[in-house]
Design a binder for this molecule. Structure first.
Ligand code: CA
Length: 528
């Protein structure tokens, strides 16, 4: 298998200059003359979509059926461990575009980061290579999109109903449910695209982000089902440290009246509001009368949360069905890579939580399903440590575009064929920064392997290490850091953290947008 040359790009030069210099070295005609069948890419992206909610992942609770999303898995590959390097929205999006960690692309958190759109991104490279490019839906990177012929995005987080959007910078007011609107705009762009070119479409939903507001047609979709609970719904956080105990993201304490639909969203028209009230009000009235407390109250909130969150995903699933049907009807399916994924995972009551952020499995892993006809074996699964860091490189490789050396992931092309390279990563570096708001999750970094996680929490008044053994403790309830039986493993993982931080050029001092703290490397294993 021929490997696309990895061209060296100097670090610390102006990204725009780097892009120009890089492009000048690249013989366009030579690359594409013999390559007329470059595949299209349809990248379908959800926001905060837990893999536990996708039926292809077969989570024991069987929370929802997602037949259209599952079709991608059935006709392609399901990844069981697609890990994100920083489990929140903006940073994940910046990583996907650049193929880089937060410390390399400069987007650390959702609070005060702004995406530097002059840096090299894969849409820009595909656009330059002759692809028609579009992004429709949630962007959430503050600066305007670059590298797209067409963009039609939600400002900021966007809203679920009747959203204002920005079409190539011009404000447009839409009426309807945002997931449906993003779908229709995506289909419209596909219909009207420049048919002389291969294309990249990034169809990026707001759903199922907080506050989990379903389409009106999906209110009551679960017939008031009482959902099975995760084993750790009432986790007491013993066996772990201060960070896990002292967060602000529990179903019990953090969910507010808007999350729980005890107040209605403000954007509804009067007709929409009537449909909303017809579903929620009788149930809310019953809830108020019941005056629940303690575990019964948590259970009520958990069930309300599941109805709403899963209802949002039902619309996303329908959207996927419509896009797949369009690709079938337009004769595009055979030469189009279809990806379904999310910007991170999400807690559906595990550890008593909603939200994301942690290095733990529910938030670290994003669903990833890829259909690439002629490449991915049908109905296949993969357990390698892959990442959204690898997406940019994968799409560039598929389009026969050279992969810039500064990108920090690796093309999944071999993995997608079912031929994982022998030197595929065995350890993955993770680093979360956003603190103290909005959820008071302390910054942490660490290393993840197929079996273990070594993590250091360092924000505020916390500074400690934990070690988890996923084989013996799959729910990550008990740190074994410092235990004699794990001394060798711990030593190896400590070395691995140092190796990865050096290789990835993680600065010893966190950026000001992060904690600004100096992070010395781990010392030799303590005797604690
Ligand atoms: Ca997100």
């Amino acid at each position: 298998m021929s490997i696309v040359p990895r061209l060296r790009t100097a670090r610390h030069v102006c990204p725009a200059v780097a892009l120009c210099g890089w492009l000048m070295t690249w013989p366009f005609g030579a690359v594409f003359a013999a390559d007329a069948k470059r595949p299209n890419v349809v990248f379908i992206f959800a926001d905060d979509c837990a893999w536990q909610a996708i039926s292809a992942y077969q989570e024991p609770r069987k929370l929802l059926r997602t037949p259209h999303i599952d079709r991608i898995a059935r006709e392609g590959m399901r990844f069981n461990r697609c890990l994100v390097p920083n489990s929140i929205c903006g940073p994940s999006r910046a990583t996907i575009l650049t193929g880089k960690y937060s410390h390399s692309n400069g987007f650390y958190n959702n609070s005060n980061s702004r995406f530097d759109g002059s840096q090299i991104t894969f849409p820009k490279l595909l656009q330059t290579a002759g692809y028609a490019t579009a992004i429709i839906g949630k962007w959430h990177l503050v600066s305007d999109p670059t590298g797209f012929d067409y963009w039609h995005i939600l400002p900021g987080q966007g809203v679920y109903y009747n959203p204002p959007m920005l079409e190539n910078g011009q404000r447009v007011q839409h009426e309807g449910y945002t997931t449906d609107i993003i779908t229709e705009l995506s289909l419209e762009w596909l219909k009207n695209r420049d048919r002389s070119k291969p294309f990249l479409l990034m169809c990026q939903h707001k759903a199922p982000h907080r506050e989990w507001e379903p389409a009106l047609r999906h209110l009551g979709h679960d017939n008031d089902r009482v959902y099975p609970e995760p084993e750790t719904l009432f986790d007491d956080y013993s066996g772990r440290g201060l960070a896990e105990r002292d967060q602000d993201m529990t179903i019990e304490k953090t969910m507010n009246a808007k999350d729980l639909k005890l107040t209605a969203p403000s954007q509804l028209t009067s007709d929409q509001r009537a449909a909303w009230d017809a579903y929620y009000e009788p149930r809310n009235e019953k809830f108020r009368r019941a005056k629940l407390a303690g575990r019964d109250l948590v259970r009520w909130k958990y069930n309300r949360y599941m109805h709403d969150y899963l209802g949002c995903i039902k619309a996303v699933d329908e959207s996927v069905g419509r896009v797949l049907k369009f690709l079938d009807d337009d004769g595009l399916a055979d030469n189009t890579i279809v990806v379904y994924c999310s910007d991170q995972g999400f807690y559906l009551g595990e550890h008593g939580w909603f939200d994301k952020r942690w290095i733990f499995e529910e938030s670290l892993r994003t669903p990833l399903l890829v259909r690439w006809p002629g490449v991915t074996p049908r109905d296949s699964t993969n357990n390698n440590l892959v990442s959204n860091l690898d997406f940019a490189e994968t799409f560039l490789k598929a389009a026969s575009v050279p992969i810039p050396a500064e990108m920090q992931g690796r093309s999944l092309a071999g993995v997608l064929k079912g031929q994982t390279p022998a030197d595929w990563r065995k350890a993955f570096y993770y680093h979360y920064y956003e603190y103290p708001t909005p959820h008071h999750v302390r910054p942490h970094y660490g290393v993840v392997t197929d079996r273990y996680k070594l993590v250091r929490f360092y924000g505020g008044d916390a500074d400690y290490w934990e070690l988890f053994d996923l084989h013996k403790d799959p729910h990550e309830l008990r740190s074994v850091y410092g235990q004699a039986g794990y001394a060798d493993t711990q030593r190896e993982l400590e070395k691995e953290v140092v190796r990865l931080r050096t290789e990835l050029q993680v600065p010893e001092r966190d950026a000001p947008q992060a904690s600004g703290r100096r992070l010395e490397q781990p010392r030799a294993t303590s005797t604690k």
